[in-house]
Write a protein of this length. Structure first.
Length: 290
């Protein structure tokens, strides 16, 4: 039975099929044909014994008609059986649409990535190679604007680097992914928050709490989405610290007067500032009238 991590990796590609060609092009440097959009297609890749030959996910790149196929496999550990069926996946999709096809294997650890990258001997001197993306190959998304433009890549980045030895960098990647999730629907945002937080090592979790006091929960919709499940303590100081950090990320270093104002206003006004922050174009607009 597929694990939660296996399904979580595939969910990112289902939610945004364009993530697959982005990774092939930007992380693995594969030349792709011109295409206008990508779509998820049927993963049934044989007429006989379909359960035996069902890939995890298939993404087609389209320029009017399909122009390129990508078979995606989330591989959490070595499985020698896959080395026999992976070439079948590619050959079947290639025959179905009569187009070039790549197999993208996304792994949760480097040892599995090294195993998956080994060439498959097909006999008579023919070999097959998968394109493999291990954690080290996933881009490190620390910029908030980049994360907001591509939330699924930001979440994948947090999942890949959440246990990095540099806990500060891991926390920065996680924060970017969480901030990117604010613009999504409630269900997807909540799921992505959980995926990001569950992927972090303990040191990175401590760093993230220091960067963004997520242990505090507001009653507003804004704050509930920001901390996903929420960790209710409700102290005024915690709310002030959270808003200072988010406002600073949006608008740069805050003037002393703005910090003083945040510290002096009521909890209700802090919540109102948090709500205005979602759409504010400037610090003055977020703070509102005095």
């Amino acid at each position: 039975m597929p694990s939660q991590l296996h399904e979580a990796l595939l969910l990112l590609f289902r939610n945004r099929p364009e993530l697959a060609p982005e990774l092939l092009r930007d992380a693995l440097h594969i030349d792709l044909p011109l295409f206008t959009h990508a779509r998820v297609d049927s993963a049934e890749l044989a007429d006989v014994q379909p359960a035996e030959y069902r890939a995890d996910l298939v993404v087609l790149l389209l320029h009017g008609a399909p122009v390129y196929g990508i078979v995606i496999e989330a591989q959490l550990s070595p499985d020698e059986r896959k080395r026999f069926v992976w070439p079948v996946y590619v050959a079947s999709l290639r025959a179905r649409f009569e187009l070039p096809v790549s197999l993208l294997v996304v792994t949760a650890d480097e040892a599995t990535a090294r195993w998956a990258a080994k060439p498959v001997d097909l006999g008579a001197g023919n070999t097959f190679r998968a394109l493999v993306l291990g954690p080290s190959g996933v881009p490190e998304v620390t910029d908030e604007a980049e994360a907001r433009a591509d939330p699924e890549l930001a979440v994948l980045s947090a999942m890949a680097h959440g246990r990095d030895s540099d806990s500060g960098k891991a926390a920065q990647i996680a924060l970017a992914a969480q901030l990117a999730s604010l613009g999504l629907d409630e269900e997807r945002a909540r799921l992505y928050f959980d995926l990001v937080f569950a992927s972090l090592g303990e040191a990175a979790k401590r760093e993230l709490r220091a960067m963004d006091p997520a242990k505090y929960e507001y009653q507003s919709d804004f704050a509930k989405r920001y901390v996903a499940q929420g960790r209710l303590e409700g102290q005024h100081e915690g709310r002030v610290n959270l808003l200072i950090r988010v406002l600073t990320r949006r608008f740069g270093a805050l003037p002393a007067a703005a910090v003083a104002r945040l510290s002096a206003v009521s909890i209700d006004e802090l919540d109102a500032i948090g709500e205005r922050l979602l759409s504010a174009a400037s610090l003055e607009e977020a703070l509102g009238p005095q």
